[in-house]
Structures are given as C-alpha cells and as structure tokens.
Ligand binder design. Sequence first.
Ligand SMILES: N[C@@H](CCC(=O)N[C@@H](CS)C(=O)NCC(=O)O)C(=O)O
Length: 282
Amino acid sequence: MDLTLYNFPLSPCGEKVRLALAEKGATYREISIDLGRKENLTPEFLRMSPKGYVPVLVAGADVVRESTVIIEYLDDLLPDPPLRPPSPAERSRMRLWTKLVDETLHPAWPGLAWPILVRPRWLAQGDAAVERMLNQLPDPARRERQRRLYRLGTEAPDSADTMRVFDAVIDDMEEALAAGPWLAGSAFSLADIAVLPYLFVVDVFGMRDRFESRAPRVADWYARADARLAWGGSLRSLYPAALLAEVGRLSVEARLRIASGAAPDAGAGQVPRPESAAGRAH
Ligand SMILES: N[C@@H](CCC(=O)N[C@@H](CS)C(=O)NCC(=O)O)C(=O)O
C-alpha cells in the first residue's frame, strides 16, 4: 500500500501518526506542509483537509484526516502489531485518553507551540506579511489566537493556560499509571501514542522537569516509551538533529518565561480542569 503523510515537523497530531507508522514498521512518504508559511491553506491542501489542518494520510485512494481517526484507520489497515487493547474495558480506557487529547490537550497546544515554532520566523517577516497570512484563516477564533501569540509570544494568556492544562493531564497520567504500565492498562496502545508527542515536545523544548520533578510514574512511562524499539530506542532518532538543536535554541527564552510565570498549581482554578481520563478509567 502506497502511504503518504502530510505533516508539519513536531506537530503532535502528525507525530502521533508517525509513531503509529513506526510501530507498524510501515514505509511511507512524508510531505512537509509549512504552517508558518500557510502552505496548509492552498486550494489543493484544503481539498484534502477543509479546515487546513495537518496531518493528512493518503493511503492508495483513501484520504484520511483527523489524527485520532488516522491512527485507528492505520490499526485497521495494518493490524500487526495491534495498537488497540483486545478487552473492551481497556479499549474504552484507551479511547478516554484519545478523547482527552482531542478535546483538551491538543486545543491547549498552540499556546506553547506557536511562540517557539512559528513566532520567531514571523517576527523576521514583519507585521504586514504576517497580517496577510492571518487574514487567510477562515476561522476567526484561530486567527485571533495566532495574532495574540504572534504579538505577545509566551506573554499571551494562552501560554500560561496551556501549561496548566499540561500539568493537569500529567496529574491524570500519574494516577492512571498506578494501575498498569501503560495508559490503557497492560499494553502499549494508541492511548500512549496519543499523549507521547506532547511530552516529547515538552522534552525537546527543555521542559522535561515539568513532569520529571513531580510525577515519577510519568517520568518512568516516558523513559520506557522513548526507549521503544520502533524508533530505535530514542524518539530523537525520528528527527533531523539540526531541527532539534534549532528548536532547543528557540525555546530557551520561552522556557525561562514559562518557568518564572506558570509553575504547577500557580493560578489553579483560573481555567477549568480538563475532564480526567484517569479519573473515569478506574
Ligand atoms: N483535530 C485535528 C487537529 C489538527 C491540528 O490542530 N493541526 C494543527 C497542527 S498541530 C494545524 O494544522 N494547524 C494549522 C493552523 O492552525 O493554521 C487532528 O487531530 O488532526
């Protein structure tokens, strides 16, 4: 089967798909869609993904979008090794995690990602060019958020909210991992694949301490997930070293601001706590 993945490097939704493909041992072609240059808003791309989101997977004649849908599609298409637990109880737990990521963790992600991955390039291009790109965005809420993050970087309220959401999800994970080695229970599954790219990015941004310092089971889970054979014992092997070095460099300033502004529990109660997957799983 001919597989093509449209992705933006380090976009966690696209990375989920890459992790699932790696676990399956699948070969595929990857096409990079530069979100900073709005390559996701070309008519050709919008035909595949009407909201202009990466990732998109093209498998033969099938064009599949929405990362959680794509990873389940892949598990149907390439059943070995299975990435959904066989028992209905564990499978339902797996889906609580993928739902938590779709509904809560991912919507919070731009508050961390845009200041680091996109803003520096936008600052170099200047306001007029950035406004031209922002005005192409069909969704006004998305446009305003990107404008805020461009203007204010990690000073935008979005960034502190993001860190609080991340911290709450880490707490949920810590609780769930008391019951088994992986998030859905006994086996590595799409639940782990759904969350892992977000913690990996926290790590690449130099903020691993965010979970290592206070969530020992999550730290252990992360170390075991990072060491999986599917990616040769290190998630970093999936990326060009130059990209990781560049992102590490770009994240220094953001990291320091976030560390000084939004420590775990600071401001608790200002944003709604995400609905807990762990809490409902037991
Ligand atoms: N629910 C979608 C969300 C995808 C999404 O938010 N993709 C981001 C990258 S992480 C994107 O393409 N953003 C482009 C933009 O907002 O302009 C999924 O899970 O695939």
